[in-house]
Design a protein around this ligand. Structure first.
Ligand code: UD1
Length: 404
């Protein structure tokens, strides 16, 4: 029997892995599954609450790497994962999304010659200042199986010269989790607890380093939220990074004219807050996807998105990071001059995890999984790469990573 090792580390991972572990349960006679938590997110409110709500399987190990410098975090995960890779001897390591835990586990696995499957592959913001963009590119180039959520991903991978037989368009596993927990979320009493009236508040989240770690940018966004607060209540579940930035910069939430900050929310409470918001203002990629599916207007507080499908089919608009533009867009959303349809996005049908797991298991059983040391032979020919792909030099990326 083959063994699949799933890696989780940070909050958005739990939502995705939960769908995959539910789907793999129907293959328990064919594959053995093991889960490891890196401990990148460790607080109860950033980790434990999700395991409880999703009834996720217990991880066999928690690497307890915690927070810290990105290079150190990656190094610790690689080092601590090593002994588990030796004892578990997985046939496939599954990583999701673009967080540090996922790239670290990818690097550790390929060092041992273990093939990697990347779920949510191929997304590109083309913004090299984002640690996530560097993680995505490296993970895709090192993975034997790539599962994509939207059609832009395959174009990105093709243009980087990747062998397309590794790529499978199976859809968005986060939406599987949404479908699964929709009814339970409806029962949450979070609106009553917070004294919020349906469709009479705005939900906002900010956590990207480029938005919150830069005081000037942060104050611009905070100013925009304060202005929106002058015409509709704004509630902001504060990510720990944002809490830290707030302390550093000396921003006062919960004052007369400022938005209301609340602690990070559980999955079910946050789902309910999203669903009944008049509109959402966020820099999170996952929330962009979720708001599109539930049909709530979403102002993306960034200058680009790696998820163009949420703009093309969904309720998102990339409104940038300037106060005036953000407030203008919020006024439009307030007046109802916004897309509010529930997006029907190809392959976001609640069955993405089943399709993904089926391909993983069948590929494993067929013996056709490309081992990491053979990946280079499966890239497109140098001539094709020369003509179609912008050059992606992994060594150059690693070098830049050090200088951030
Ligand atoms: C990480 C991901 C990001 C994802 C986000 C979701 C990377 C590069 N980034 O960013 O893509 O959208 O998770 O939350 O992996 N902290 C706590 N408790 C915790 C975890 C973190 O207090 O459980 C604090 C720490 O002080 C830490 C800060 O939050 O310094 C940031 O955490 P970190 O893991 O570095 O990255 P995120 O900003 O959460």
């Amino acid at each position: 029997m083959k063994t699949i090792l799933f890696i989780v580390g940070a909050r958005p991972n739990f939502v995705k892995i939960s769908a995959l572990t539910r789907a793999v349960a129907s293959y328990k006679n064919r594959v053995r599954c093991v889960l490891i938590h890196t401990g990148q997110h460790y607080s109860d409110e950033m980790s434990k609450v999700f395991f409880n709500e999703f009834h996720m399987p217990e991880p066999v190990a928690n690497l307890e790497v915690g927070s810290g410098d990105r290079i150190v975090q990656t190094h610790l995960i690689m080092e601590r994962l090593e002994e588990h890779l030796k004892t578990i001897k997985p046939d496939l390591v599954v990583v999701v999304g673009d967080v540090n835990s996922s790239i670290a586990a990818t690097l550790a696995a390929i060092r041992f010659g273990i093939p990697v499957a990347h779920v949510e592959a191929g997304l590109r913001s083309r913004n090299w200042q984002m640690p996530e963009e560097i993680n995505r590119v490296m993970m895709d180039h090192l993975s034997s199986l790539l599962f994509t959520t939207e059609s832009s991903a395959a174009s990105n991978l093709r243009s980087e010269g990747l062998d397309m037989t590794r790529v499978h368009f199976t859809g968005n596993v986060m939406i599987d989790t949404m479908n699964q927990f929709e009814e339970m979320a409806e029962k949450s009493d979070v609106l009553e607890r917070l004294g919020l009236k349906p469709y009479n508040y705005v939900l906002s989240t900010l956590h990207r380093p480029e938005n919150v770690d830069n005081p000037e940018r942060f104050m611009e966004l905070f100013g925009a939220l304060c202005e929106v607060q002058s015409f509709i209540p704004v509630v902001v579940p504060l990510h720990p990074r944002t809490q830290e930035a707030t302390r550093r910069i000396g921003v006062e939430w919960n004052e007369r004219f400022s938005p209301r900050a609340i602690p990070p929310q559980s999955y079910l409470d946050f789902f309910k807050l999203q669903r009944y918001a008049r509109f959402i203002m966020t820099d999170s990629g996952g929330i962009q996807e979720e708001s599109s599916v539930i049909g709530v207007p979403c102002l993306t507080l960034r200058t680009e998105t790696e998820r163009p499908v949420t703009v093309e089919y969904g309720t998102c608009e990339v409104v940038g990071v300037h106060r005036e533009k953000i407030v203008d867009a919020a006024k439009r959303a307030m007046r109802g001059e916004w897309k509010r349809r529930k997006a029907v996005i190809p392959m976001w049908d609640g069955c993405a995890a089943n399709r993904t797991i089926q391909i993983m298991v069948e590929t494993l059983e067929s013996g056709r999984l490309i081992p990491p040391n053979a990946l280079a032979h499966y890239a497109t020919t140098p001539l094709e790469r020369e003509t179609v792909a912008p050059k992606v030099d992994i060594m150059q990326i690693l070098e830049r990573e050090k200088t951030f």
